[in-house]
Design a protein around this ligand. Structure first.
Ligand SMILES: NC(=O)c1ccc[n+]([C@@H]2O[C@H](COP(=O)([O-])OP(=O)(O)OC[C@H]3O[C@@H](n4cnc5c(N)ncnc54)[C@H](OP(=O)(O)O)[C@@H]3O)[C@@H](O)[C@H]2O)c1
Length: 251
Protein backbone atom coordinates (compact mmCIF):
# COMPACT_ATOMS: atom_id res chain seq x y z
CA UNK A 1 0.00 0.00 0.00
CA UNK A 2 1.33 3.46 -0.98
CA UNK A 3 1.62 6.18 1.61
CA UNK A 4 2.53 9.86 1.28
CA UNK A 5 6.04 9.11 2.56
CA UNK A 6 6.74 6.90 -0.46
CA UNK A 7 7.83 9.66 -2.86
CA UNK A 8 6.70 10.76 -6.30
CA UNK A 9 4.15 7.99 -6.88
CA UNK A 10 2.33 8.79 -3.67
CA UNK A 11 2.45 12.52 -4.45
CA UNK A 12 1.02 11.92 -7.92
CA UNK A 13 -1.78 9.87 -6.39
CA UNK A 14 -2.78 12.71 -4.09
CA UNK A 15 -2.62 15.42 -6.82
CA UNK A 16 -4.46 13.50 -9.55
CA UNK A 17 -6.87 11.64 -7.30
CA UNK A 18 -10.43 12.64 -8.05
CA UNK A 19 -9.71 14.03 -11.53
CA UNK A 20 -11.72 13.11 -14.61
CA UNK A 21 -9.29 12.51 -17.47
CA UNK A 22 -10.42 12.20 -21.09
CA UNK A 23 -7.91 10.46 -23.39
CA UNK A 24 -8.39 10.27 -27.17
CA UNK A 25 -6.77 7.40 -29.05
CA UNK A 26 -7.16 5.40 -25.84
CA UNK A 27 -6.74 1.99 -27.46
CA UNK A 28 -3.54 2.92 -29.29
CA UNK A 29 -0.08 2.11 -27.94
CA UNK A 30 0.50 5.39 -26.10
CA UNK A 31 -3.22 5.71 -25.28
CA UNK A 32 -3.34 2.43 -23.37
CA UNK A 33 -0.18 3.39 -21.47
CA UNK A 34 -1.75 6.77 -20.57
CA UNK A 35 -4.88 5.00 -19.34
CA UNK A 36 -2.76 2.73 -17.11
CA UNK A 37 -0.65 5.62 -15.78
CA UNK A 38 -3.63 7.83 -14.86
CA UNK A 39 -5.41 4.83 -13.37
CA UNK A 40 -2.30 4.17 -11.19
CA UNK A 41 -2.35 7.85 -10.22
CA UNK A 42 -5.91 7.30 -8.93
CA UNK A 43 -7.81 9.50 -11.36
CA UNK A 44 -11.53 9.37 -10.46
CA UNK A 45 -12.75 8.56 -13.96
CA UNK A 46 -11.06 8.07 -17.31
CA UNK A 47 -13.02 8.50 -20.51
CA UNK A 48 -11.23 6.38 -23.09
CA UNK A 49 -12.08 7.60 -26.60
CA UNK A 50 -11.95 5.18 -29.52
CA UNK A 51 -12.72 6.19 -33.06
CA UNK A 52 -14.93 3.26 -33.93
CA UNK A 53 -16.39 0.03 -32.53
CA UNK A 54 -16.31 -1.20 -28.96
CA UNK A 55 -13.29 -1.09 -26.71
CA UNK A 56 -12.44 -3.01 -23.58
CA UNK A 57 -10.15 -1.74 -20.86
CA UNK A 58 -8.68 -3.70 -17.98
CA UNK A 59 -8.92 -0.65 -15.71
CA UNK A 60 -12.32 -0.55 -14.01
CA UNK A 61 -12.51 3.23 -13.89
CA UNK A 62 -12.47 3.63 -17.68
CA UNK A 63 -15.66 4.63 -19.48
CA UNK A 64 -15.28 3.86 -23.19
CA UNK A 65 -16.59 6.52 -25.57
CA UNK A 66 -16.83 6.03 -29.33
CA UNK A 67 -15.99 9.27 -31.08
CA UNK A 68 -14.35 10.17 -34.36
CA UNK A 69 -12.60 13.48 -33.66
CA UNK A 70 -13.02 14.50 -37.30
CA UNK A 71 -16.83 14.50 -36.84
CA UNK A 72 -17.78 18.00 -35.72
CA UNK A 73 -21.34 17.15 -34.60
CA UNK A 74 -20.20 14.09 -32.66
CA UNK A 75 -17.45 16.08 -30.90
CA UNK A 76 -19.95 18.82 -29.96
CA UNK A 77 -22.40 16.22 -28.60
CA UNK A 78 -19.66 14.46 -26.57
CA UNK A 79 -18.49 17.78 -25.13
CA UNK A 80 -22.09 18.64 -24.16
CA UNK A 81 -22.33 15.41 -22.16
CA UNK A 82 -18.78 15.16 -20.76
CA UNK A 83 -17.45 18.73 -20.80
CA UNK A 84 -18.80 19.87 -17.41
CA UNK A 85 -16.92 17.02 -15.76
CA UNK A 86 -13.58 16.73 -17.61
CA UNK A 87 -10.57 18.13 -15.69
CA UNK A 88 -7.78 16.91 -17.98
CA UNK A 89 -8.21 16.59 -21.77
CA UNK A 90 -5.45 14.53 -23.39
CA UNK A 91 -5.41 14.94 -27.17
CA UNK A 92 -3.50 11.81 -28.10
CA UNK A 93 -5.36 10.53 -31.21
CA UNK A 94 -3.22 10.75 -34.29
CA UNK A 95 -2.39 9.21 -37.66
CA UNK A 96 0.84 8.93 -39.61
CA UNK A 97 0.72 8.10 -43.32
CA UNK A 98 4.54 7.83 -43.44
CA UNK A 99 4.33 9.75 -46.67
CA UNK A 100 6.67 11.85 -48.75
CA UNK A 101 5.25 14.97 -50.38
CA UNK A 102 5.95 14.05 -53.99
CA UNK A 103 4.44 10.94 -55.54
CA UNK A 104 1.90 10.42 -52.74
CA UNK A 105 -1.84 11.10 -52.98
CA UNK A 106 -2.70 14.48 -51.50
CA UNK A 107 -5.41 12.74 -49.45
CA UNK A 108 -2.75 11.29 -47.13
CA UNK A 109 -1.51 14.75 -46.09
CA UNK A 110 -5.10 16.00 -45.89
CA UNK A 111 -6.14 13.15 -43.56
CA UNK A 112 -3.12 13.71 -41.29
CA UNK A 113 -4.03 17.40 -41.06
CA UNK A 114 -7.72 16.56 -40.53
CA UNK A 115 -7.02 14.24 -37.57
CA UNK A 116 -3.81 15.59 -36.02
CA UNK A 117 -4.52 19.30 -36.41
CA UNK A 118 -8.22 19.97 -37.10
CA UNK A 119 -9.45 17.03 -34.99
CA UNK A 120 -7.43 18.24 -32.01
CA UNK A 121 -8.52 21.83 -32.60
CA UNK A 122 -12.16 20.64 -32.70
CA UNK A 123 -11.77 18.84 -29.34
CA UNK A 124 -10.18 21.92 -27.79
CA UNK A 125 -12.81 24.34 -29.08
CA UNK A 126 -15.57 22.02 -27.80
CA UNK A 127 -14.16 21.42 -24.29
CA UNK A 128 -12.51 24.78 -23.46
CA UNK A 129 -15.75 26.70 -22.74
CA UNK A 130 -16.52 24.32 -19.85
CA UNK A 131 -13.01 24.75 -18.41
CA UNK A 132 -13.30 28.52 -18.87
CA UNK A 133 -16.56 28.60 -16.92
CA UNK A 134 -15.00 26.55 -14.12
CA UNK A 135 -11.77 28.58 -14.16
CA UNK A 136 -9.63 25.42 -14.25
CA UNK A 137 -8.53 22.57 -16.47
CA UNK A 138 -5.55 21.03 -18.24
CA UNK A 139 -5.16 20.35 -21.96
CA UNK A 140 -2.36 18.02 -23.01
CA UNK A 141 -1.46 17.80 -26.70
CA UNK A 142 0.59 14.75 -27.67
CA UNK A 143 2.76 15.99 -30.51
CA UNK A 144 6.18 14.70 -31.64
CA UNK A 145 9.80 15.80 -31.80
CA UNK A 146 8.79 16.05 -35.49
CA UNK A 147 6.82 19.18 -34.50
CA UNK A 148 10.20 20.91 -34.28
CA UNK A 149 12.34 19.16 -36.91
CA UNK A 150 11.04 17.53 -40.07
CA UNK A 151 11.71 13.84 -40.74
CA UNK A 152 11.51 13.79 -44.56
CA UNK A 153 10.24 10.19 -44.81
CA UNK A 154 7.12 11.41 -43.03
CA UNK A 155 7.12 15.07 -44.06
CA UNK A 156 3.37 15.62 -44.17
CA UNK A 157 2.93 14.02 -40.72
CA UNK A 158 5.61 16.41 -39.33
CA UNK A 159 3.83 19.34 -41.00
CA UNK A 160 0.59 18.41 -39.20
CA UNK A 161 2.43 18.13 -35.86
CA UNK A 162 4.23 21.45 -36.46
CA UNK A 163 0.82 23.04 -37.08
CA UNK A 164 -0.38 21.53 -33.80
CA UNK A 165 2.66 22.99 -32.03
CA UNK A 166 1.78 26.48 -33.34
CA UNK A 167 -1.80 25.93 -32.18
CA UNK A 168 -0.55 24.87 -28.74
CA UNK A 169 1.60 27.99 -28.33
CA UNK A 170 -1.18 30.37 -29.42
CA UNK A 171 -3.72 28.57 -27.25
CA UNK A 172 -1.48 29.02 -24.20
CA UNK A 173 -1.38 32.75 -24.89
CA UNK A 174 -5.14 32.88 -25.44
CA UNK A 175 -6.53 30.91 -22.53
CA UNK A 176 -4.01 30.31 -19.74
CA UNK A 177 -5.31 33.44 -18.01
CA UNK A 178 -8.59 31.56 -17.41
CA UNK A 179 -6.77 29.06 -15.19
CA UNK A 180 -6.31 26.53 -18.01
CA UNK A 181 -2.93 24.85 -18.29
CA UNK A 182 -1.71 23.91 -21.80
CA UNK A 183 0.91 21.17 -22.01
CA UNK A 184 2.82 20.14 -25.14
CA UNK A 185 4.34 16.64 -25.26
CA UNK A 186 7.15 15.82 -27.71
CA UNK A 187 8.05 12.11 -27.82
CA UNK A 188 10.76 10.56 -30.01
CA UNK A 189 10.00 7.25 -31.79
CA UNK A 190 7.77 5.06 -29.60
CA UNK A 191 7.17 1.34 -29.93
CA UNK A 192 3.54 1.21 -31.13
CA UNK A 193 1.54 0.14 -34.16
CA UNK A 194 2.38 3.50 -35.74
CA UNK A 195 6.09 2.65 -35.96
CA UNK A 196 5.82 -1.14 -36.32
CA UNK A 197 7.36 -0.98 -39.83
CA UNK A 198 10.42 1.02 -38.69
CA UNK A 199 13.69 -0.63 -37.56
CA UNK A 200 14.92 2.21 -35.39
CA UNK A 201 15.44 2.64 -31.64
CA UNK A 202 12.09 3.19 -29.93
CA UNK A 203 11.08 3.89 -26.37
CA UNK A 204 8.24 2.01 -24.64
CA UNK A 205 4.82 3.74 -24.50
CA UNK A 206 4.86 3.42 -20.69
CA UNK A 207 7.83 5.84 -20.60
CA UNK A 208 5.79 8.46 -22.48
CA UNK A 209 2.86 8.02 -20.09
CA UNK A 210 5.07 8.21 -16.98
CA UNK A 211 6.77 11.39 -18.21
CA UNK A 212 3.39 12.95 -19.04
CA UNK A 213 2.12 12.30 -15.49
CA UNK A 214 5.35 13.64 -13.95
CA UNK A 215 5.42 16.68 -16.27
CA UNK A 216 1.81 17.61 -15.40
CA UNK A 217 2.60 17.31 -11.68
CA UNK A 218 5.70 19.48 -12.12
CA UNK A 219 3.59 22.13 -13.89
CA UNK A 220 5.63 22.00 -17.10
CA UNK A 221 4.51 23.63 -20.37
CA UNK A 222 6.66 21.38 -22.56
CA UNK A 223 7.55 17.73 -22.01
CA UNK A 224 10.38 16.39 -24.17
CA UNK A 225 10.18 12.66 -23.63
CA UNK A 226 13.33 10.51 -23.37
CA UNK A 227 15.94 11.31 -26.00
CA UNK A 228 13.71 14.00 -27.56
CA UNK A 229 15.27 16.39 -25.07
CA UNK A 230 18.77 15.71 -26.47
CA UNK A 231 17.51 15.92 -30.07
CA UNK A 232 15.86 19.27 -29.35
CA UNK A 233 19.05 20.66 -27.75
CA UNK A 234 21.01 19.60 -30.82
CA UNK A 235 18.41 21.24 -33.05
CA UNK A 236 18.58 24.52 -31.10
CA UNK A 237 22.38 24.55 -31.33
CA UNK A 238 22.51 23.97 -35.09
CA UNK A 239 19.16 23.60 -36.90
CA UNK A 240 20.75 23.44 -40.36
CA UNK A 241 23.04 20.57 -39.34
CA UNK A 242 20.04 18.63 -38.03
CA UNK A 243 18.13 19.31 -41.26
CA UNK A 244 21.09 17.97 -43.27
CA UNK A 245 21.43 14.87 -41.08
CA UNK A 246 17.71 14.08 -41.44
CA UNK A 247 17.86 14.74 -45.19
CA UNK A 248 20.72 12.22 -45.49
CA UNK A 249 18.43 9.50 -44.11
CA UNK A 250 16.00 9.73 -47.02
CA UNK A 251 18.48 8.19 -49.42
N1 LIG B 1 4.55 6.02 -32.10
C1 LIG B 1 5.41 7.03 -32.20
O1 LIG B 1 6.62 6.85 -32.55
C2 LIG B 1 4.99 8.43 -31.85
C3 LIG B 1 6.00 9.39 -31.67
C4 LIG B 1 5.63 10.70 -31.37
C5 LIG B 1 4.29 11.03 -31.24
N2 LIG B 1 3.32 10.07 -31.44
C6 LIG B 1 1.93 10.49 -31.32
O2 LIG B 1 1.33 9.81 -30.22
C7 LIG B 1 -0.08 9.67 -30.45
C8 LIG B 1 -0.49 8.22 -30.24
O3 LIG B 1 0.17 7.43 -31.22
P1 LIG B 1 0.48 5.87 -31.06
O4 LIG B 1 1.91 5.68 -31.36
O5 LIG B 1 -0.09 5.35 -29.79
O6 LIG B 1 -0.31 5.34 -32.33
P2 LIG B 1 -1.43 4.22 -32.50
O7 LIG B 1 -1.12 3.05 -31.66
O8 LIG B 1 -1.57 4.06 -33.96
O9 LIG B 1 -2.73 4.95 -31.90
C9 LIG B 1 -3.34 6.03 -32.55
C10 LIG B 1 -4.71 6.22 -31.93
O10 LIG B 1 -5.36 7.36 -32.56
C11 LIG B 1 -6.71 7.01 -32.75
N3 LIG B 1 -7.33 7.75 -33.85
C12 LIG B 1 -6.89 7.87 -35.14
N4 LIG B 1 -7.76 8.59 -35.85
C13 LIG B 1 -8.77 8.95 -35.02
C14 LIG B 1 -9.95 9.69 -35.17
N5 LIG B 1 -10.31 10.23 -36.36
N6 LIG B 1 -10.77 9.87 -34.09
C15 LIG B 1 -10.44 9.34 -32.90
N7 LIG B 1 -9.34 8.60 -32.68
C16 LIG B 1 -8.50 8.42 -33.74
C17 LIG B 1 -6.68 5.53 -33.07
O11 LIG B 1 -7.95 5.01 -32.75
P3 LIG B 1 -8.63 3.87 -33.68
O12 LIG B 1 -7.63 2.76 -33.74
O13 LIG B 1 -9.86 3.57 -32.91
O14 LIG B 1 -8.84 4.54 -35.01
C18 LIG B 1 -5.61 5.02 -32.12
O15 LIG B 1 -6.19 4.68 -30.87
C19 LIG B 1 -0.33 10.18 -31.87
O16 LIG B 1 -0.80 11.50 -31.83
C20 LIG B 1 1.06 10.14 -32.51
O17 LIG B 1 1.19 11.05 -33.56
C21 LIG B 1 3.65 8.78 -31.73
Amino acid sequence: MQTHSEGPVAISRSRLAGKHVLITGATGGIGRALVAAFSDAQARTITGVVSKGDARFAEGIVRPETLDITDEDAVAAAAGRLGPDVDILINNAGVNGNARFVGTEEDVARHEMEVNYFGTLRMIRAFVPFMQRRGSGTIVNIMSIGSHMCYPTMGSYCASKAALHALTQALRAEISRFGIKIVGVFPPAVDTQMTSHLSIPKIPPAQVAAEVVTGILEGRDDIFVGEASKLYDEFRRDPKLVEQKLAARIA
